[in-house]
Design a protein around this ligand. Structure first.
Ligand code: GAF
Length: 389
């Protein structure tokens, strides 16, 4: 198991000591994630296959006697403090601290007696790169408060609660994937999640044994209206499900796709539906290949997923498409954008020994197009949120 970088935990601990002149009662870590395949399927009750990254947010925390919460983050200028009045009303705490207040709010709204606490936060999950830094923060805070308060909230029920914090307190209409990934993933595995039932299967994803690596390229593309575009894709899918008379697009079978498309009234909605229905099937096909140990063979499914996001769901941007094309031209088995879109990261499945060559090809293609240089890192699947020893 890959433990979080010691220095993130050390920074959280040092921050706690410095800020509060006391020792933390414990430290809790939650990872970032990439999604191997299954994009914009979660809020359509469909399937996703993310895995956790060996990059973490760490919360050092201790209970405090009164019912108040004080949070310090190494990334913020000043600490934030709030009590039940602010926590019980979405919108009262804003900015990065809203993710923490949202967790307190969601716990209290579900009837849990949340202990007052002092928290110090450090992280090496990049912000704004689509690697779920917000879910990592929610999950680490949630793990800390559950442990400190001795709350009865098993891991399988935590993602829904963290999602509620993000949807109803922060106000971002995201699905259940990111919170599930950062809480429930297992090292060496991808998480096959049925977003309707929330049942999971841990699918072995042993890149090392296959001589492979996943190269994650940070496109560094500026986010272009990502929040509004995300919400409009979601609305469009829900409207289409209504028109088709199904609870969610997950209920449209690929065999019935042509009939379903013929019943829709405009081309844009048809493209959105086609993406979701074919993407669900690509997740199932990817899982089948991984179960059979055919890791290399998932490459074409990753690339087909990208084409579907680019042409049908229309959520990619030029930097992202450039990175995918360059990785494929340099010999990647498959490549796709990962996450909500309009920027963020690309993942490419590559022979481990060619990872640097593929990364260099992407960097060269960026330079040719005049884009700011991308970032890159190779990753192995890590485990979900946990208390540190
Ligand atoms: C973002 C959201 F938070 C997820 O719920 C999911 O919809 C994803 O975009 C797209 O697959 O990460």
């Amino acid at each position: 198991m890959i433990e979080p970088a010691g220095d993130v935990a050390a920074r959280a601990t040092a921050g706690f000591r410095q800020r509060y002149a006391a020792e933390p009662a414990g430290r809790w870590a939650a990872p970032g994630r990439v999604n191997l395949i299954g994009e914009h399927t979660d809020y359509n009750d469909g399937f996703v296959l993310p895995f956790a990254l060996p990059l973490h947010t760490v919360v050092a925390a201790a209970p405090q006697d009164d019912e108040r919460w004080t949070i310090w983050s190494e990334l913020a200028d000043a600490p934030v403090e709030f009590g039940p009045t602010e926590a019980d009303k979405p919108g009262q705490v804003t900015g990065w601290a809203a993710y923490v207040a949202g967790v307190v709010w969601a716990l209290r709204a579900a009837g849990h007696p949340v202990p007052g606490a002092r928290l110090a936060i450090a992280s090496d999950v990049p912000l704004g790169s689509g690697l779920s830094s917000s879910a990592a923060l929610e999950a680490a805070v949630l793990a800390a408060l559950v442990d400190l308060g001795g709350l009865d909230l098993p891991a399988e029920r935590q993602p829904r609660l963290a999602q509620r914090a993000e949807n109803d307190y922060v106000g971002a209409p995201t699905g259940i994937m990111d919170q599930s990934a950062v809480i429930r993933c297992r090292a060496g595995h991808a998480l096959f999640l049925d977003c309707r039932s929330e049942e999971v299967e841990h699918i072995p994803f042993d890149l090392d044994a296959a001589g492979l690596a996943v190269l994650v390229v940070d496109s560094r593309a500026p986010h272009r209206h990502a929040d509004g575009e995300y919400a409009s894709r979601r609305t469009s899918c829900e409207r289409a499900a209504g028109l088709l008379g199904v609870p969610a697009l997950r209920d449209v079978s690929p065999d019935d796709l042509d009939d379903a498309l013929a019943r829709l009234d405009d081309d844009e909605t048809r493209r959105r539906v086609r993406h979701v229905v074919t993407e669900d099937q690509r997740v199932l096909d990817t899982v089948a290949l991984l179960r059979a140990g055919r890791v290399r063979d998932i490459g074409p499914l990753l690339t087909a997923s990208h084409a579907s996001m680019r042409d049908d769901f229309e959520i990619t941007v030029p930097e992202i498409d450039t990175a995918v094309d360059a990785a494929l031209a340099a010999g990647a088995y498959g490549a796709r954008m990962t996450g909500g879109g309009f920027g963020g990261c690309v993942l490419a499945l590559v022979d481990a020994e060619r990872a640097d060559t593929v990364a260099a090809a992407v960097t060269a293609a960026y330079a040719e197009r005049g884009f700011a240089a991308p970032g890159h890192v190779t990753v192995l699947p890590a485990g979900g949120a946990h208390r540190l020893p």
